[in-house]
Design a protein around this ligand. Structure first.
Ligand code: HEM
Length: 494
């Protein structure tokens, strides 16, 4: 009798499961363009996706090669799927180029969702959670004093921002000081330059490879850059391990030492730990630098907004000292300026794609297993239902809600772990540069004329003699105390 009941129960369960599964498979994919119906890509892919979302709705699908791509055009859809259903929407699309050649599965930012990614993510969270990030503020304080001081003698802001972001990361990851001739520093810079070169040259072809994997069967001489990427991977691995080993010998506290002391780090090869932290170093440099560059180019086109921010700085901070982290809560307009900056021009307009690991259903549509999920950050920021006149740069829209989470750092379990560190850098650098300088378009001068187009035309003029004296005085006061600060950051042993 019992076995009959069990049999009936099993049959009913299987029928229900089969019905559920086949009915969800019968659902249509979300609407979207086809080769014939499309308003096809403009130069700007985020704008193209935005126009599709406006035409077809908040969830759009498009099939290219063997891939189904789902484009989410509202914050609501991104939160519903990438956050609320994070258990199935937190993987990354496979990429032949990355997985087989450039990273060989070692970069946690591109790992599939699973225990290995989780372990690396735990390392990242330990190092970058809100509390830990607050302890790094003294390094950002010193770095930004050096930064405003350098702008007294050069207009090449890209280079100055690069020095700041790479200094902060080099100090944290490897415990190194600001020595530009340091061998590790030079090697890390070299592999970054090579990686940028390969990624820029290969970007179209790598996309093609992912859409049509059969191309990977072609002999190496047809797509030589695959071989170059694999060679770069070997070199990168070697450099990351050497730098990590030398960080272990450093007297100052650093992230390599911190992770090496954790018992979980013994579960994976030292090479993998070194690679993971090496990639964290890279992730922290270019992203923050790009936002700071956007800040400068935005300033020259919005002088009225800059004036408002400077008025606030003058009344809250005065001219006798630089702004500091303690002023954050009182510099509401500067905070709103930063929120609007990252909304108006996100540095990663279509975010970083996620992948879904099982079939799903949303708003009556089928989201197939393995689909690539793109939350179109630029489109979300330009949603007219949420933002009045979204294409206008207007910090005032954030004045009523200063605590708002900055957009552009992704969603759910894969959201950027560097958020708190980056946010603190934005505040300390932007408030100090605005406090110290008039930023205007001008002509090329001397060495700066070699810079890129934007840096050639932008000139930093210190706002007064008194501002200059403060910059010089504060810079002098912070010389040589980096090692001491790193020791103070070192968490106490349990
Ligand atoms: C301007 C500053 C930054 C921006 C706008 C930014 C943006 C992003 C975005 C959009 C993602 C993908 C999120 C997703 O998949 O949903 C991401 C991931 C990531 N970011 Fe950032 N980021 C910034 C700074 C940093 C910093 C300072 C660090 C490290 C110190 C960092 C480390 C990472 C890592 C490791 C990932 C991969 C996370 C994972 O896949 O689990 N980022 N970031």
């Amino acid at each position: 009798m019992l076995s009959l009941a069990a049999f009936i129960l099993l049959t009913l369960t299987l029928t229900w499961y089969y019905h559920q599964r086949s009915s969800s498979q019968r659902l249509p994919l979300p609407p979207g363009p086809t080769l014939l119906s499309a308003p096809w890509p403009e130069n700007d892919i985020a704008r193209t996706f935005h126009s599709w979302n406006k035409r077809y709705g908040p969830v759009v699908s498009v099939k290219i090669g063997f891939r189904t791509i789902i484009i989410l055009g509202t914050r609501q859809a991104a939160q519903d799927l990438l956050e609320r259903r994070g258990t199935i929407y937190s993987s990354r699309p496979t990429s032949i180029f990355m997985d087989r050649y450039l990273n060989k599965g070692l970069n946690p930012a591109f790992m599939q969702y699973g225990p290995n990614w989780r372990l690396h993510r735990r390392f990242y969270s330990t190092l970058l959670n809100m509390k830990a990030s607050q302890t790094y503020r003294r390094l950002q304080d010193i770095g930004s004093k050096e930064l405003v001081h350098e702008l007294l003698s050069t207009n090449d802001f890209s280079e100055v921002f690069y020095r700041y972001t790479s200094d902060v990361m080099l100090r944290l990851v490897y415990g190194k000081g600001r020595d530009w001739n340091d061998a590790d520093h030079r090697r890390l810079q070299q592999i970054n330059e090579m990686a940028t070169f390969i990624l820029q040259n290969a970007s179209f072809r790598t996309t093609l490879l992912d859409l049509f994997p059969v191309l990977d069967k072609l002999p190496m001489q047809f797509m030589k850059w695959r071989q170059e990427a694999a060679q770069l991977h070997d070199k990168t691995r070697e450099v990351y391990v050497e730098c990590a080993n030398s960080a272990l010998q450093e007297q100052s506290w650093n992230w390599i030492q911190e992770i090496q002391e954790r018992p979980e780090s013994k579960d994976i090869p030292w090479e993998d730990v070194s690679y993971s932290l090496g990639e964290l170093y890279v992730a922290g440099i270019y992203t923050t630098k790009m936002v700071l560059e956007t800040f400068v180019t935005t300033c020259v086109d919005h002088m009225d907004v800059v004036r408002k921010a400077q008025n606030e700085l003058d009344s809250v901070v005065g001219t006798e000292r630089l702004p500091n982290f303690g002023d954050m809560d009182r510099l509401l307009f500067v905070g709103a300026f930063i929120s609007e900056l990252v909304r108006w021009k996100p540095i990663s307009p279509i975010g970083v794609p996620h992948a879904v690991i099982q079939d799903d259903e949303y708003l009556g549509f089928r989201i197939p297993k393995d689909a690539t999920i793109i939350a179109n950050q630029w489109g979300i920021n330009m949603d007219e239902a949420v933002f009045d006149a979204p294409e206008t740069f207007r910090p005032e829209r954030y004045m009523d809600n200063p605590d708002r989470h900055l957009p552009g750092f992704g969603f759910g379990r894969r959201a950027c772990p560097g958020y708190h560190l980056a946010k603190a850098s934005f505040f300390i650098v932007i408030s100090r540069v605005l406090w110290a300088y008039h930023i205007e378009r001008g002509g090329p001068t001397g060495d700066d004329a070699k810079g890129d187009c934007d840096s050639r035309r932008i000139v930093f003029t210190v706002r007064s003699l008194q501002h200059r004296e403060v910059i010089e005085r504060e810079r002098k006061m912070c010389e040589n105390d980096v090692k001491e600060i790193l020791e103070e950051i070192r968490p106490p042993k349990c």
